[in-house]
Design a protein around this ligand. Structure first.
Ligand code: NAD
Length: 453
């Protein structure tokens, strides 16, 4: 069936009202959970074929994430979907006021390749939880994981409810011509603009989960050992192909050498070696070549080696980098870590303020004043103090960007809300009707109205 036919069947199915039933939603969430558990090995094999991602990292950053999402909604769906009673103002008495979370209808999820399961299935799960029908279009760049999701979902879910389409730019362009009730996109800022433009044709609401250059600032008040250990982990996880990975380090000049030494120590300790089964490869030749070009040999402090045949790039630290260097002109999205030093904390914050608003920002310090300044002065999607990446793992925090790193958010109740409309309903009693608002108006009525409003 073509895109239009599937969407048409989904609209008809949505209109039967079946997806609004909380039991129905839970039944399919449980089904998806069971399918993921039954097909765990297939999922590991596919992602390993795509870019050599290890079973350990796949479980920690993808499978466990998805299972946790499903569990969250199974546990919280009753309360999330229950109408919320709110206070009724005096002028509307006597009445009750409620907010009803209603599903938006037919939704489209477009995924990115770097965490192919999490970034496709997490929004899909939120869409199901909120009571929608959904078309999913994972990234074609991670071809094997895309095919695995097509197999698992299309063989087990009715297409008039949930369906996965394969495809790249041409297919997505065609799909984007259709009228959806919500588009949830994860990917680059460049393609985010294309999606936003297509959505605007039909006034379709969007969530855009985009990228950017996420800074990590390290001051002399930081615990250097912890800072280095956590930065190395967060940066070289998935070989730096993580939207919230620290893109570059801004370090206070007086502690730069100490931090560099610690970074070296942890990269060595974590054993990211060419024959390692645990270190992820670069997704394809195009990205490999782009990254290799960004390595300025004069600035290598550590690493710099690459092996084209196996798409391996060693964790690489670039020292004495300037804001004008090529590596600072684009989101790196790979295992290169430029280091820039500063002598004044305010200036460091100002340098970040001059750039596009990042998806994440991180600060390592034990100084409360610096923590407050960082939080208040910088605008970023989300971040951590004395850690990197981990804010993503707390479902009570919204995950999303701001400015050029995106709009809207998800995870936990924020995911449910991203796929819902908050419908306001005022239910008035048919007795106790004051005549105040009705014509003919009078001086006396306006006196009372002023008191009431
Ligand atoms: P991408 O923008 O190239 O592709 C994302 C999706 O858009 C894919 O499904 C692709 O098929 C589709 N697409 C690509 N070009 C298109 C076009 N011209 N028209 C219509 N559709 C098109 O991104 P990517 O390479 O898959 O992912 C890397 C980017 O995504 C990085 O910038 C990264 O920071 C960002 N990202 C953001 C998050 C987040 O949660 N905010 C998560 C992961 C990745």
């Amino acid at each position: 069936m073509n895109y239009q036919d599937i969407l048409h069947s989904q609209r008809e199915f949505f209109n039967t009202q079946k997806t609004k039933n909380v039991k129905f939603r839970k039944m399919y969430l449980e089904k998806l959970r069971d399918l993921i558990i039954q097909n765990e090995n297939l999922l590991y094999e596919a992602i390993h074929k795509d870019f050599g991602k290890s079973q350990f990292e796949t479980y920690v950053t993808e499978i466990s994430f998805i299972l946790k999402d499903i569990d969250y909604y199974l546990k919280n769906l009753n309360s999330l979907s229950k109408p919320k009673k709110v206070t009724t103002n005096l002028a509307n008495q006597i009445a009750t006021s409620k907010i009803h979370s209603e599903p938006l209808g037919c939704t489209l999820v477009i995924g990115a390749w770097n965490y192919p399961y999490q970034l496709s299935l997490s929004p899909l799960i939120a869409s199901i939880a909120a009571g929608n029908c959904c078309i999913l279009k994972p990234s074609e760049i991670a071809e094997n994981t895309m095919k695995a999701m097509v197999k698992i979902i299309n063989e087990n879910f009715p297409s008039e409810y949930i369906h996965v389409f394969e495809g790249g730019i041409d297919e997505t362009t065609e799909i984007l011509k259709l009228i959806f009730d919500k588009i949830f996109f994860t990917g680059s800022t460049k393609v985010g603009k294309i999606v936003y433009k297509a959505a605007s044709e039909h006034l379709t609401p969007v969530t855009l989960e985009l990228g950017g250059k996420s800074p990590v600032i390290v001051t002399k008040e930081a615990n250097m050992e912890i800072a280095a250990k956590r930065i190395v982990w967060g940066k070289f996880l998935n070989a730096g192909q993580t939207c919230v990975a620290p893109d570059y380090i801004l370090v206070e000049e007086s502690v730069k050498e100490q931090l560099l030494e610690m970074l070296r120590k942890y990269i060595n300790e974590f054993k990211y070696e060419p024959d390692s089964e645990q270190y992820t490869r670069i997704i394809n030749k195009k990205n490999f070549e782009r990254l290799v070009k960004l390595i300025n040999p004069d600035k290598i402090y550590f690493g710099g080696k690459s092996i084209e045949d196996s798409l391996f790039i060693e964790p690489t630290i670039l020292n004495n980098v300037s804001w004008e260097d090529n590596v600072m002109q684009e989101e790196i999205f790979g295992p290169l870590l430029p280091v820039i030093s500063f002598t004044n904390f305010h200036q460091a914050l100002n340098s970040v303020l001059e750039l596009e608003k990042p998806l994440s920002a991180y600060l390592f310090t034990n100084n409360n004043e610096e923590k407050d300044l960082f939080t208040q002065k910088l605008s970023f999607g989300g971040g951590c103090i004395n850690d990197v990446v981990m804010h993503l793992g707390n479902d009570n925090l919204p995950f999303g960007g701001v400015g050029s790193s995106g709009m809207g958010s998800y995870h936990g109740k924020f995911g449910f809300e991203a796929f819902s409309h908050q419908k306001a309903v005022l239910d008035r009693a048919t007795w106790g009707e004051p005549d105040l608002k009705y014509p003919p108006y009078s001086e006396n009525k306006i006196k009372w109205i002023k008191k009431l409003l």
